[in-house]
Design a protein around this ligand. Structure first.
Ligand code: URA
Length: 186
C-alpha cells in the first residue's frame, strides 16, 4: 500500500461521519488489485465482512467467487469495494445520508485505481453509481459510459441465493463483462 492508499485507508477506518461507526467491528475498506481494470462495487458489509474487515467473504461472496472462476477472471486481478464501508445494523438498506457520508471514500478509491470497467453488484449500488431510478431486473448487463468508465450492473449475489432462477442471467452478464475486458485489451 503506497502513501496515498494508506492515508485513504486510515481516514476511512477512523471515520465517524455517520452513526454506523458506533456499531462497526471493523471498517470494510475494500480489497484487491490497486491497479485493477475491473472494479466491483457492492452495497455494504454484512456480518462476516464486519467481523473480518474484508468485503464479500460470506455466502454471497463465495457465490461471487464462483462466477469469477466460471468466466476466468482471477479474484486477485479485480478490486472489490462497497458503497458503505461500515455494516448497517441487521443488514438493513443503507440510508441516503449514510451513502452521502461515505461516497467520497469510494470516489477516491476509483481515482487511485483508475479501472476501465465498474460493475455494480445489485440495485443499491446501481442506483447510486448509474441512475437513481435504475431498474436492475430490466437493465442489468447493459453498458453505460460514465466519464472515463464503462459501467454496468449485475444482480447482487445475495439475491441469487434467494432466487436461484436468476443465476443463468447472471452467468450471461458475467460472460459479457469478461468479453468486454478482452475487447478493451485487444
Ligand atoms: N454484500 C455486499 O453488498 N457487500 C459485502 O461486502 C457483502 C455482502
Amino acid at each position: 500500500m503506497n502513501e496515498q492508499w494508506k492515508q485513504l485507508y486510515d481516514q476511512c477506518c477512523s471515520c465517524t461521519a455517520c452513526e454506523l461507526h458506533k456499531t462497526r467491528t471493523n471498517c470494510v475498506f475494500g480489497v484487491g488489485n490497486e491497479n485493477a481494470e475491473l472494479l466491483f462495487v457492492g452495497e455494504a458489509p454484512g456480518e462476516n465482512e464486519d467481523k473480518t474487515g474484508t468485503p464479500f467473504v460470506g455466502r454471497a461472496g463465495k457465490l461471487l467467487d464462483q462466477y469469477l472462476f466460471a468466466v476466468d477472471i482471477p479474484r486477485e486481478s479485480v478490486y472489490i469495494a462497497n458503497i458503505l464501508k461500515c455494516r448497517p445494523p441487521k443488514n438493513r438498506d443503507p440510508l441516503p445520508s449514510e451513502e452521502d457520508a461515505c461516497m467520497d471514500f469510494l470516489r477516491r478509491q476509483v481515482k487511485l485505481i483508475k479501472p476501465k470497467v465498474i460493475v455494480c453488484l445489485g440495485r443499491i449500488s446501481a442506483m447510486r453509481l448509474i441512475r437513481p431510478d435504475y431498474k436492475i431486473t430490466k437493465e442489468h448487463g447493459e453498458w453505460v459510459q460514465k466519464g472515463d468508465f464503462l459501467i454496468t450492473a449485475v444482480y447482487h449475489p445475495a439475491l441469487l441465493l434467494r432466487d436461484p432462477r436468476r443465476k443463468e442471467e447472471m452467468l450471461e452478464d458475467m460472460k459479457k463483462i469478461k468479453a468486454k475486458l478482452d475487447e478493451l485489451n485487444s
